[in-house]
Design a protein around this ligand. Structure first.
Ligand code: GDP
Length: 296
């Protein structure tokens, strides 16, 4: 059976530590297990390194507290450091701007971007009582435009009528104008999906951003992305200035290492978490819960 990190650290440290403070030797022994747990949870290697350095700095020389075992004590240090790096407070979507507030949705194809767009639209409509307009900018894939229209109907949110032959920037401008005229509070722009970080599509999204000045740029990323999460998040953030991340497929087997990787390299908050295929399977991000999941 899978033994949790907590048990492993207890075995190692309770045998090692006989003194009043955690020594470098104790901590290094523990950190080998921590490193293994983080890699199993799919945290990117460069992030694992910076994480263990921070834990080492906090743990070496720490007085051993009598009421807990040294193993438990290091687990607490690791947990606290994880929560700190994941972002201590759960953040939500910022609508604090003159309406219509633009939200640009970006991410790799298959990450769950279009589904997440509909989920957020539903949340803003039902919970926050905002009038939302959806627009698909995926000019290369008519099926993707149709998918957003279907999802929009399903959640009771308007989608911009499709006009053939328009560029992504033209559609985005038309969406903002329609929202102004129609008294919408929020416009969500669902950019074209791309299989890899594609320069042409990145440029297109950058042009859309320049033309519409969105208040939020949300990166939708699959929690199962693993080691690639770092490169994806860095590329989107460098080109588009991401304001937040939505992590999908947290209902699956993913341990959530991608959350730590993406937060660490971009410094941008995880705002929401997708937990299923249904349009209401969207939750706020709880750093402590994800920390426990990463630790196993
Ligand atoms: P896009 O290509 O990024 O727009 O991805 P889609 O929105 O079309 O989603 C791709 C697939 O992932 C669909 O079958 C969705 O139902 C599914 N999906 C999206 N988000 C989640 C999630 O949080 N959990 C699960 N289990 N499936 C999801």
């Amino acid at each position: 059976m899978f033994e949790g990190l907590s048990d492993k650290l207890s075995h190692i440290l309770n045998a090692l530590t006989r003194r009043g403070a955690l020594t470098e030797e104790d901590v290094n022994a523990a950190l080998r297990e921590v490193r293994r747990a983080l890699l199993e949870a799919d945290v990117a290697l460069e992030v694992v390194r910076s994480f263990t350095d921070k834990v080492r700095a906090r743990a070496v020389g720490a007085e051993v507290i009598k009421s807990v075992s040294p193993g438990q004590q290091v687990v607490k240090i690791v947990h606290d450091q994880l929560v700190e790096m994941l972002g201590a407070e759960a953040e939500v979507i910022d609508l604090n701007a003159a309406p219509p507030v633009g939200i640009l949705m970006v991410g790799l194809q298959g990450s769950g971007k279009t589904t997440t767009t509909a989920k957020i639209a539903k949340r803003l409509t039902d919970r926050d009582r905002r009038k939302v307009l959806l627009a698909s900018l995926d000019t290369r894939r008519p099926a993707a435009m149709e998918q957003l229209a279907v999802l929009g109907r399903q959640v009771g949110v308007d989608t911009l009528p499709i006009v053939a032959g328009q560029s992504a920037v033209q559609i985005a401008r038309r969406a903002m104008e329609a929202a102004r005229l129609g008294g919408y509070d929020v416009v969500m722009l669902d950019t074209a999906g791309r299989v890899t970080v594609d320069e042409g599509l990145m440029m297109e999204a950058a042009e859309v951003k320049a033309a519409t000045n969105p208040h939020e740029v949300l990166l939708v990323a699959d929690a199962l992305t693993g080691q690639d999460a770092v490169n994806t998040a860095r590329a989107f953030d460098e080109r588009l200035g991401v304001t937040g991340i939505v992590l999908t497929r947290m209902d699956g087997d993913a341990r959530g290492g991608a959350a730590l990787s993406m937060r660490a390299v971009t410094g941008k908050p995880i705002k929401l978490v997708g937990t299923g295929e249904k349009v209401d399977a969207l939750e706020e991000f709880h750093p402590s819960r994800v920390a426990n999941r990463i630790l196993g």
